[in-house]
Design a protein around this ligand. Sequence first.
Ligand code: FFO
Length: 817
Amino acid sequence: MAQPKVVIIGAGIVGTSLADEITARGWTDVTVLDRGPLFATGGSTSHAPGLVFQTNPSKTMSEFARYTATKFGSLEHPGGWCFNPVGGLEVATTPQRLTELHRKSGWAQSWGIDGRLLDAAECATLHPLLDADRILGGFHTPADGLAKSLRAAEAQANRAIARGAQFRPHQDVLEVLNAGGRVTGVRTADGVVDADVVVCAAGFWGAQLGKTVGLTIPLVPMAHQYVKTGQVAELVGRNSDIAEAGLPILRHQDQDLYYREHGDRIGIGYYGHKPMPVDMATLLTDTASEQMPSMLPFTDDDFAPAWRESLHLLPTLGDSKIEEGFNGIFSFTPDGMSIMGEHRDLSGFWVAEAVWVTHSAGVAKAMAEWIIEGAPRTDVHECDLYRFEKPALSADFILETSSQAFVEVYDIVHPHQFREKLRGLRTSPFYTREQELGAFFFEGGCWERPAWYESNAPLLQQLRDRGTHIPERDPWSAKFYSPISIAESVWTREHVAMYDMTPLTRYEVAGPGALDLLQRLTTNNLDKSVGSVTYTLMLDETGGIRSDLTVARLSPTSFQVGANGPLDFDWITRQLPDDGSVTLRDITGGTCCVGVWGPEARELVQPLCADDISHQGLKYFRSLQTYLGAIPVTMMRVSYVGELGWEIYTTAEHGAALWDLLWQAGRDHGVIAAGRIAFNSLRIEKGYRSWGADMTAEHTPKAAGVDFAVRPAKGEFIGKAALESADEPRTMLRSIVFDDPSAIVLGKEPVLIDGARVGYVTSAAYSATIGRCIAYAWLPADIEPGDGVNVEYLGTTRTAVVHTEPVVDPDMTRIRR
Ligand code: FFO
């Protein structure tokens, strides 16, 4: 076959980097189009200040940034450097920020980025413009630095050109052409450019282009202020024209500020002002003739506090003044992450949008792997184009949350902190009951999810009265948390509890081709009798875990699939056969589910059911379509919390009646409603993985400890060949148990042995059953149960021991009875 023709829209940092990565992999028929001139195209890259801070709570984003820094460091440009590794310094002026820097230092260690916490004097030595008296300390990352965005773009473009790529300026893409569900090219004023692959790397212009092909690319162009001072006396003579900068790039996040040198001047960027979303329609008319449509006029008033605060932090600026400034446009998204992927209904149309210079080369590499090899080697689920729930694609949601992402860009954000605006978009039929019970709601996937119930406070008191240790939490881990959750998990293990499982994504997969499709898509054997329920994995072509599912066979040709969110719907949709023999329907919102779990679950439910739901009557991992009272239900004997009981499903209109029926019947058993925090603790005790947190497409089933769900003998499935030729895993997911009953970690902390970083924590929870915190961690494969490890949490070292799995109930006596 002839080489695929690739058109990249946008010659900014993403488009040029992608042209380089794609041509480097041997696809050389690449044309890059830009609406502006080359390479100062007038987009965000043209004015990007180029600070590359690599550390990020997201491992993926950190890896993208690390690749960018490394790659830019190796680029050649006649004008000079593309990357200047001056290092990065973030300073704290509040105790909260100092603690945050400890957390940051933890992420850096977890993701393998060199960094060190410094006291105020050390910070001032590193960056002599700093007033040491103003700061409490800092975090120094020597490998961070400055990217020269335009040079890096041009240098990468030149490599691509040398391999045959073409770059064409002044080409507004007027239309994306397609036939039979595939892209065939793009049309510009100059004519048609044929293409098999079109990549939209148009930055903040991209959302408009997406619209023309029926795609919502949820980004908002935001104006952000950047100024340059005049000459700063202290800097005179320090930097050669070529070096431009020698001091570390600096962040003062308590005041939403960052700084870099421009020779003997200082550049200051500011996020403290109100969000300034840019209306694209007016931008297009207002700037039609402008060289730099992405640079809006400076608004002095918005910058006044920034200047004041800058003089406090860097007093020598007092002799200087703001000499120039502008409000530069770049893209913000609802969750602050980039947007990557292929259009589901227009194959060959790809998106690489909302990418900072910081992450650009890493994103481009992953895109090239995805386009050419079929899957990126880095886990990109956090950036996937199809990660958004439906309400999150509304204009209201996109504007509101992207503005919030701007406000929070330098904020200290708790991992369990949830959106405050646009809440209540999805509520289960049990919602009013939950409110009555004093539920504290977390938000997830636009659903309201009870985290714990204040009505269970007396149970916590009972636990205290019987002498149970309830660990005190530090202020950080005590946020978005209540010890009531401990009482809820104990009550589940000792009696019975009701869990609202409605937000669990579920699909109906039906039709004569349903079994074949699911067999091809997943690793376990699903060709079992009606009533069977199977835990199974979806792999990508490289054998990485895309998701873990439960599949219930409700009839010979219809299956209910319990899934992990919108990405599963997207993946399955892409694999549907063309012949119409399978239909896929998201039934999450039209149905609901209560998990009734605990040793007394059967006593509670059996009297409501005419069918036999004894241990033999409805076996473990079997389902039954029956009635509870007058309510039609599907019961599945599955338990993510590791207790006797069922997930009980019904359609939405019966939901409230089902809840009330169970609640009434449970009175004699003291049934409680229990929340997500207890749920999470119990599943961690039981060794059950949470996809996205504990395992992703970067991991094989064996490494993640879920290879029991892989049955090669059943026949072909996606990823099977890759698994057969896979090397032995070098890292394994393990359960670790902390020694100190008061030790708490939350996830993403580094794991060390003898002072050297060996891995990182994925998720963690306090286990009431064993009275210790349990965590999952990715560790070298030769570290085994019984081995000791250290976990760094906010500057303290917690000792833990690798445990056999599961930690609780390895003999399954609680579930199988
Ligand atoms: N679907 C349902 N119905 N319920 C769930 O809780 C979930 N999940 C995800 C997505 N789909 C779901 C899947 N995660 C087990 C472990 C993880 C799960 C679901 C179930 C489990 O019970 N594993 C047992 C049984 C294995 C077997 O017999 O094959 C085990 O590992 O011992 C919630 O996130």
